[in-house]
Ligand binder design. Sequence first.
Ligand SMILES: NC(=O)c1ccc[n+]([C@@H]2O[C@H](COP(=O)([O-])OP(=O)(O)OC[C@H]3O[C@@H](n4cnc5c(N)ncnc54)[C@H](O)[C@@H]3O)[C@@H](O)[C@H]2O)c1
Length: 382
Amino acid sequence: MGEKKEIRIGLIGRGLMGKMHANAYSRIGNFFPDLEYRPVLQTVCSRNEEKVKEFAETWGFNSYETDWKKVVERDDIDAIDICTPNNMHAEIAIAAAEAGKIILCEKPLSSDFEEAKKMVEVVDKSGVPNTVWYNYRRVPAVTLAKQIVDSGKLGKIFHYRANFLQDWTISPELPQGGDALWRLDVDAAGSGVTGDLLAHCIDTAIWINGGIKDVSAVTETFVKERVHQDSGEVQKVGIDDASIFHCHFSNGSLGLFEATRYARGHKALYTFEINGEHASIRWDLHDMHRLEYFDHSDESVVRGWRSIHVSDGDQPYMDRWWIPGTNIGYEHSFIHQAADFFKSLEEGEEAAGPTFKDALETEKVCNAVLKSAKSRSWEDVK
Ligand SMILES: NC(=O)c1ccc[n+]([C@@H]2O[C@H](COP(=O)([O-])OP(=O)(O)OC[C@H]3O[C@@H](n4cnc5c(N)ncnc54)[C@H](O)[C@@H]3O)[C@@H](O)[C@H]2O)c1
């Protein structure tokens, strides 16, 4: 093995995703030793010095910062990884692109559609490799679903159906805004479940089933007022608590999507089902290592849904892990995404997707969904 080329990471944000990405960078060298590039945990940034110092020590970062602008300015940083609330993505990504840094940005691209378009323009102009962490594409069973659809086994696709159901915001006593609750604050998040949950379903759908042409949506805000965690004031709730839409895909199939944080009993039930002329597939995040497959060409007496345990070495990514029959988890999808991204840098191809440009397609759909819910009419995706 030759000398590895270092990609010195500046991680901004040390919450759930900060931890997830730090974990991915730490493990990549062990499980993808053939990669030419090696991520180095160079610096991590968040505003609270005590906490960021502790995070840096726990995860083995070489340094820490409390001002993200300093991270972008540093000469010893090659890549900026954005793990902050949505309303900060655009400013950081634009500054990073202008400084010539590689960018890995959490989803959704931005809290604001106009800013998302600007982000794409700026990264295009600067030519920096970029990716957005729509990690579900790299869950082996989801990657396998894409391979099955691409192989033509399903034939013509008629239906694409996806849900993302949670139940953690039902209590009206839950405050909005501030640490850990910025998702409920429209100024920080941009939207509610549309940008937070549906965005994942839309990215996977576009990747597997192609573009969405138009949408008809309904959204609801069940709890109208909440106390803001920081100010203590009662404020109007500006996010969508639930978002449902149906749509036409460019390939002629129909889509049906639902996301909510008011489905009592569901923690993070991301599911999708695709019905084609010859076969159907379905997947469920709560049972993420399985892909359900129904093939109408099976002999009728044994025809039925089969449950494929995606753990064999010839199934996506699984040759990197343990032995057939044993599972990997949620965190591995981030390791896979990082590995694919670094591999694409090595090969000098367009960066492994979704790039900012790809992620803008999801933003366009989210934007059309929110517009349609407001106008109570069909909206074209544009
Ligand atoms: N890909 C996925 O499956 C997935 C899952 C969860 C979250 N996300 C996305 O990741 C992003 C972060 O979400 P999270 O759940 O990690 O949030 P979080 O609240 O757990 O963490 C946010 C972090 O940003 C830091 N931060 C806030 N303002 C800052 C500033 N001015 N300077 C530096 N740091 C600052 C906070 O201190 C915190 O460490 C969001 O865009 C979210 O949509 C993606």
